[in-house]
Design a protein around this ligand. Structure first.
Ligand code: FES
Length: 119
């Protein structure tokens, strides 16, 4: 069984304030955003609609808007419009670096499963 990992994604300054950047973590594209309040957020990069790159979307403090067709996703819950959703990853800043917890498993309806939580 694969384990959960804590990964150092590098210096916070590598991401401009109010912008996102895509990282490849264990074959998963992760969109990491530097929010205007100084915090960071991370979600699966691939939009469930038509695989748009969410790291290139426009963000505010709570949502990212997909750059391809404008679907909106909550950065805290991963919930999108119309029942779509993306995985959310726990992230934090420590000593000027961005850290992320990555697990290949997710909980869906109380059951552990592998992969994404997209329907
Ligand atoms: S690919 Fe994201 S809204 Fe269409």
């Amino acid at each position: 069984m694969d384990r959960a990992y804590i990964i150092n994604l590098g210096p916070l300054e590598d991401i401009a304030i109010g912008q996102g950047r895509c990282f490849i973590v264990k074959d998963t594209e992760v969109a990491v955003f530097r929010l205007r309040d100084g915090s960071v957020a991370a979600i699966e990069n691939q939009c469930p609609h038509r695989k748009g790159p969410l790291a290139e979307g426009i963000i505010d403090q709570q949502f990212v808007v997909c750059p391809l067709h404008g679907h909106k996703f909550d950065l805290e819950t991963g919930q999108g419009e119309g029942g779509e959703c993306v995985r959310v990853f726990n992230t934090w800043i420590e000593h000027g670096n961005i850290y992320m917890q990555f697990s290949p498993y997710v909980f869906i309806d109380g059951k552990i499963t592998a992969g994404t939580n997209n329907n």
